[in-house]
Design a protein around this ligand. Structure first.
Ligand SMILES: Nc1ncnc2c1ncn2[C@@H]1O[C@H](COP(=O)(O)OP(=O)(O)OP(=O)(O)O)[C@@H](O)[C@H]1O
Ligand SMILES: [Mg+2]
Length: 307
């Protein structure tokens, strides 16, 4: 199923004539992963809760995809399923990434070859994630028995043996999110919630993963650190990295180029915002007019969703 996407230049809530053009534009983008008929049901005692319901979604290479929706609408569940952190109850998740080690590629009807991860064993899933994905979780899941720096290093060492270069990169990224050298040796329990979250963001991006999944990565941060973390994500995205981020804030969502709105376990609607155009409040922003237009469009879209 191809979901029509709205485009900023043609935006007019009453006019859907642009849908055809936009749909063909989406199709010209390269897909990095496809979720097909995804369902996730949690069973608690005798009660079944259908959290994701036959959800279909393409994620495109190089996109900064943002997932929004009410609390409990299934955003984290969707992220866990897409990233292979948890298995869907039904449906498939197929990645289109370079993975010479994988033998069970399947031919897709568009001629491309994908790797269907939904039936992988837990071990294979872990290897696959390690090779392709990065994560920043809603709960930061730092290793409590390791220092802040080691939490980042251990993730980096899964991909490189060059300890020196890795340490330099880790320290540079930690500095960017205002974790001082003094704090590198601290354990997570000795850091504030915001500091822990920033360490977790650095850990998630240290390997330049092909696709980064971030679940409310700025949820615990003050204004300056929200900007710092979002700037890191925008930089990565500018360099071509695919990102899927869940957020509750317009400010974070504006960094994305595509907004997906989740309601009642399905994608209720989506919006093509175009590239990030900088801070709409910044008078020195040369693209401020575009930034203001994006901001308004996003607000209108969310209002339409009853957000
Ligand atoms: N492991 C689980 N076992 C049982 N129910 C679960 C589990 N994980 C999530 N749920 C339920 O699924 C629903 C969706 O949860 P999810 O965490 O995906 O929501 P969310 O959209 O990320 O919400 P929030 O914005 O508050 O983070 C909730 O009702 C939650 O209670
Ligand atoms: Mg959540």
């Amino acid at each position: 199923m191809v979901i029509p996407v709205r485009k900023i230049t043609d935006f007019n809530p009453g006019n859907r004539a642009f849908i055809k053009e936009e749909t063909s534009m989406s199709q010209s983008k390269e897909i990095i992963l496809t979720a097909k008929d995804l369902s996730k049901t949690f069973s608690n005692e005798s009660v079944q809760q259908h959290v994701l319901k036959n959800l279909n979604l393409n994620v495109y290479k190089g996109d900064f995809t943002v997932v929004m929706g009410n609390s409990g609408s299934g955003k984290s569940t969707l992220l866990y399923a897409l990233s292979g952190m948890d298995k869907p109850t039904l449906g498939t998740i197929t990645y289109f990434v370079n993975d010479p080690g994988q033998k069970d590629r399947s031919d897709k009807n568009d001629g491309s070859r994908g790797i269907e991860i939904s039936k992988f064993s837990n071990d294979r899933l872990a290897l696959f994630r390690r090779a392709h994905a990065g994560f920043v979780f809603q709960q930061n899941y730092l290793n409590e028995s390791m220092s802040a720096l080691d939490n980042v290093m251990i993730s980096g060492l899964l991909r490189t043996k060059d300890r020196k270069a890795l340490a330099l990169k880790a320290k540079e990224l930690l500095a960017r999110v205002e974790i001082s050298e003094n704090d590198h040796r601290k354990f997570p329990s000795q850091l504030s919630g915001g500091q822990q979250q920033r360490v977790a963001v650095v850990r998630g991006v240290i390997n330049d993963p092909e696709i980064l999944f971030a679940d409310e990565p700025t949820g615990a941060l003050n204004s300056q650190n929200t900007t710092n973390v979002l700037d890191i994500l925008s930089d990565l995205n500018t360099r071509g990295q695919s990102i899927v981020m869940v957020t509750h804030t317009i400010r974070a969502a504006e960094r994305g180029n595509r907004i997906i709105y989740l309601a009642d376990g399905v994608i209720a609607d989506e919006l093509d915002l175009g590239e990030y155009a900088g801070d709409y409040k910044d008078e020195a922003n040369p693209a401020r007019e575009k930034a203001i237009a994006r901001h308004r469009m996003l607000k209108d879209f969310l209002q339409e969703q009853g957000w």
